[in-house]
Design a protein around this ligand. Structure first.
Ligand code: 5GP
Length: 138
């Protein structure tokens, strides 16, 4: 079953498209958190970011600033959040990788962030960083 975003990319479901290249499509979010809330989606259908091919990931990296510049220019916003959720626990509702570009016009509107920072434990952090370094490239 194609994802709802694949169906949008194919033009089977209408959307307000703002950008496309061979690997990436961007369109307005149907339920925007703020004016100009855009979704940037790889044509490659993968559920989570780490599953993407290097080609798709590179295309997204190229497209994101291009689309963000256009959103800022068109809306007059000069602050924005990029949000990318992976997994239902992390608030992902649509199982096809997507980046949100969410303009921020004033405090309290747009994306709300609860940032429950904790203190880092230095010995545990050194051990964890070493473990992650060992897994890079898998
Ligand atoms: P997630 O929580 O998965 O990161 O966000 C999914 C986003 O997709 C939501 O902001 C939601 O409003 C948007 N969305 C879901 N279905 C559609 C649709 O059919 N069209 C558009 N344009 N956006 C959609």
């Amino acid at each position: 079953m194609p994802s709802i975003f694949t169906r949008i990319i194919r033009g089977e479901i209408p959307s307000h498209r703002v950008y496309e290249d061979p690997a990436v499509v961007a369109f307005l979010d149907i339920a925007p958190l703020s004016r100009g809330h855009v979704l940037v989606v790889p044509v490659e259908e993968r559920e989570q970011l780490h599953e993407l091919s290097a080609e798709s990931a590179a295309a997204l990296g190229r497209a994101l600033p291009i689309v963000a510049r256009a959103v800022l220019a068109a809306t007059g916003a000069n602050a924005y959040n990029i949000l990318q959720n992976n997994g239902a626990l992390a608030h992902q509702a649509v199982p096809h990788v997507h980046f949100h570009i969410i303009p921020k016009y004033e405090a309290g509107l747009g994306l709300g962030i609860e940032w429950s920072a904790t203190a880092i434990d230095a010995p545990a952090a050194a051990e964890l960083a070493a473990r992650i370094r060992e897994r890079i490239g898998e």
